[in-house]
Write a protein that binds this ligand. Structure first.
Ligand SMILES: Nc1ncnc2c1ncn2[C@@H]1O[C@H](COP(=O)(O)OP(=O)(O)OP(=O)(O)O)[C@@H](O)[C@H]1O
Ligand SMILES: [Mg+2]
Length: 231
């Protein structure tokens, strides 16, 4: 089977005034569709930087990044928008939900953004139905009209997962999705991700927690700017 994501000799540094901080120093990485990969590494090792490049939120300085055999690092304009809107979903440590919108409205937001006003009028019913089904799977049926500040941390993260999935992305990227939760609540989020993966969702999850990482198929460790695989 061909790879869904590949990075070859990928470099990324940040320039701070006169000095340069080399964060990623030649990352070679590949994953297949349907895999669940955990990226682990010390704070500041470049996990978020790497994930952002895989999600086209940032660009490498050099090297190659492929998504479904296409040069992701060269995506521009419409192709980049299409990738960001339709192909990839992001889950963040601090949820990034909009407090003025309720659960259902937060969940459908990326679909509104992806379709534009006229497309949205046509698709609203089907998307809302899909959001309700996903929210039900996440145990949030009784919370549809709640605002984010009326939810627990675990509930907020489950809404954020639904939002990330609403456009049926090929790839789900999660940056410390359990990092802000107690261990019991974190386990619930992890089980939700595992269930999605069993249904075929490809997932890359960043974590600094070894125990959480062992639940993935494969652990990739970032050390001194390169990747070390360990089972
Ligand atoms: N925009 C930026 N400008 C300058 N330096 C940055 C920038 N973003 C990240 N860095 C630096 O790059 C390094 C890697 O950052 P990154 O956020 O990828 O680490 P991380 O592994 O995700 O850490 P954590 O586990 O704490 O989230 C850090 O030393 C950070 O200070
Ligand atoms: Mg990080």
């Amino acid at each position: 089977m061909s790879q869904i994501l590949v990075s070859k000799r990928m470099f990324k540094s940040y320039r701070m005034g006169q000095s340069r901080l080399d964060v990623l120093k030649g990352i070679d990485f590949a994953m297949k569709p349907g895999e669940f990969v955990a990226i682990i590494g010390a704070s500041g090792s470049g996990k978020s930087t790497f994930l952002h490049i895989l999600g086209a939120l940032d660009k490498p300085d050099s090297g190659e990044v492929y998504f479904e055999n296409q040069r992701l690092d060269r995506f521009r304009g419409g192709q980049l928008n299409h990738f960001r809107n339709k192909m990839v979903g992001f889950v963040f440590q601090f949820y990034h939900l909009l407090d003025e919108l309720n659960v259902l409205e937060n969940a459908v937001l990326p679909a509104m953004a992806a379709t534009g006003t006229f497309g949205w009028i046509k698709q609203k019913k089907a998307v809302t139905q899909r959001a309700k089904e996903l929210l039900e799977r996440m145990g949030l049926t009784q919370r549809l009209r709640h605002k984010p500040y009326q939810l627990s941390g675990g509930e907020r993260q489950r809404v954020a997962i639904v939002r990330a999935l609403i456009n049926q992305p090929t790839l789900l990227l999660a940056d410390e999705p359990t990092g802000n939760l107690d261990s019991e609540t974190g386990r619930g989020i992890l089980m939700a991700l595992e269930e999605l993966n069993r249904d075929g969702q490809t997932i890359v999850m960043v974590t600094h927690d070894e125990r959480i990482a062992t639940r993935a198929h494969r652990i990739v460790r970032l050390v001194d700017g390169i990747i070390v695989e360990n089972g």
